[in-house]
Write a protein that binds this ligand. Structure first.
Ligand SMILES: Cc1cc2nc3c(=O)[nH]c(=O)nc-3n(C[C@H](O)[C@H](O)[C@H](O)COP(=O)(O)O)c2cc1C
Length: 170
């Protein structure tokens, strides 16, 4: 599929995943897309923990209240931020992580899988607990989690504002 088609067809998925597995080959392709993202000062401050062991997925899903998209996920990618300043006092870890996540969302959609960008729901204690479970050093922040699988039923794509409402030529 053409990249513009993938971008316009991508949508968040919060439903049940089918039993179809996500191969390690595909997980590596997806994370490579994250690694290929730009980052401030090329600091590459985001790292990734790929989870495909069913017992670990179940433990993480439990921390997330057993929501169906996590409980039935066949893999998860946990995005971890190094918040260190990289340009004087400035750090770009949020932007770095967001760029990597968007690349991965596009790669996930291109490979025929679905996901949702989980951020708000892992802020604070849940992120800390996920970090402990995955042996992530305490000074790093678990910021985004992507549950991945094949969608059982796709919901309608949420409406986006029109081009003219959000963009203009100067
Ligand atoms: C920074 C950020 C944080 C998000 N956090 C969550 C979240 O915690 N839980 C969730 O269900 N969706 C989360 N989302 C997904 C958005 O709700 C979703 O992208 C938005 O509703 C638009 O839908 P779409 O992705 O289908 O275009 C987040 C998205 C972004 C960019």
């Amino acid at each position: 599929m053409d990249v513009f088609n993938v971008i316009s067809k991508r949508q968040s998925y919060r439903g049940t995943f089918t039993d179809a597995m996500v191969s390690r080959e595909d997980l590596i392709k997806i994370v490579q897309a994250g690694l290929d993202a730009p980052s401030g000062c090329n600091a590459q401050s985001t790292s990734f923990v790929i989870v495909d062991k069913p017992t670990l997925i179940a433990s993480i899903a439990k921390l997330l209240g057993d929501r169906v998209v996590c409980k039935t996920a066949k893999a998860m990618i946990v995005c971890v931020c190094d918040k260190k300043p990289v340009y004087g006092k400035l750090s770009f870890y949020i932007e770095d992580c967001a760029a990597a996540v968007e690349n991965m969302l596009i790669a996930i959609a291109a490979l025929g899988y679905s996901t949702v960008w989980l951020d708000g729901v892992i802020r604070g204690d849940v992120g800390v607990e996920i970090g402990k479970l995955l042996n992530i050093p305490a000074e790093l922040e678990v910021r985004v989690l992507l549950p991945i699988g094949v969608a059982q039923t796709q919901t309608a794509k949420p409406a986006k504002k029109s081009f003219d409402e959000r963009a203009r030529f100067a």
